[in-house]
Design a protein around this ligand. Structure first.
Ligand code: NAD
Length: 276
């Protein structure tokens, strides 16, 4: 297998560019799924408190035979825990469930602007980073205006923003705003929750490279400089989604995929108006 690629954050830590997403994966499935992924070569797992599978993810890592220090583990703070003290309490609970004493990347899951607590939450994140228990701190679903507020009120720039991003919703404005602040961009629902795989354009590009449509889409995220966390619980697909380090898209492929932008809408809620 070709060497897997990493992205280096502005705080000096690095994240494997391809990770496993585990949304909608209950504990008893999360544990074997994480083990399968680690066996296939993955070293990065993306979970969240609200996925209610941190126990299973922790068990999968512990029973994988790979040292905790060689795995990059992300979890996220759920909206109802936002606020300074409640964030610190929620972090302890996540650590306990995951069975670890540090998190590689802790994310504020949504800005939840109607709660207006994300700045206080970020202050607690800064404390966790200073203590070294969250090695890196970032955000998810933040608009550039939300990030600007964090930076102007605390001076601390998130290392990453995990946002909905796939070939028919490419988020060019957000990507450019992140680039200006040296914030990495991470794509959630990178396969459009599987719906993009059947588009003819990906079949054509896949045939040309001797790859599958899912591999082409994942490679498109990688060649775009994005961190990408495709989800599957099917062992053969988990393996397939990681065999992406031995080819590259060419200019024609990229031009064809560029044309898809904004042909589809976002799948998830708009973070500006979401009220959960
Ligand atoms: P995804 O785009 O990764 O699509 C997953 C689906 O695609 C699978 O359930 C399966 O049906 C299909 N699929 C996967 N591999 C395939 C293959 N090789 N061939 C054919 N079909 C295949 O969707 P997702 O789970 O929504 O997103 C990935 C991860 O992003 C999540 O698991 C989670 O970790 C993260 N996420 C974060 C947020 C957030 O708010 N931060 C929101 C949604 C998802």
């Amino acid at each position: 297998m070709a060497q897997q690629s990493i992205i280096t954050f502005h705080d000096g830590h690095s994240i494997p560019q391809v990770g496993l997403g585990v949304w909608r994966t209950p504990d008893d499935i999360a544990a074997p799924t994480v083990r399968t992924a680690i066996e296939a070569g993955y070293r990065h797992v993306d979970t969240a408190a609200v996925y209610e599978n941190e126990d299973g993810v922790g068990e999968g890592i512990r029973t994988s035979g790979i040292d905790r220090k060689d795995i990059f583990l992300t979890t996220k703070l759920w909206n109802d825990s936002q606020g300074y003290d409640s964030t610190l309490r929620a972090f302890e609970k996540s650590l306990r469930r995951l069975g670890t004493d540090y998190i590689d990347l802790y994310l504020i899951h949504w800005p939840a602007p109607t709660r207006n607590r994300f700045v206080d939450t970020w202050k607690a994140f800064i404390k966790l980073k200073e203590e070294g228990r969250a090695r890196s701190i970032g955000v998810s679903n933040f608009y550039p205006e939300h990030i600007d507020r964090l930076v102007s009120e605390t001076g601390v720039v998130p290392v990453i923003n995990q946002i909905e991003l796939h070939p028919d919703f490419q988020q060019k404005v957000a990507q450019e705003a992140h680039r200006k602040l040296s914030i990495a961009t991470q794509s959630w629902s990178p396969l459009g929750q599987g719906k993009l795989i059947d588009l003819p354009v990906f079949g054509e590009i896949a045939r040309k490279h001797g790859k599958t449509p899912a591999q082409v889409i994942i490679r498109w995220h990688m060649d775009s400089g994005l961190v990408v966390i495709p989800k599957s619980i099917t062992p053969s697909r988990i393996e397939e989604n990681f065999k992406v380090f031995d080819f590259k898209l060419d200019d024609d492929d990229r031009a064809s995929i560029a044309k898809l932008d904004n042909h589809g809408a976002r799948i998830g809620p708009d973070p500006k108006t979401a009220t959960f």
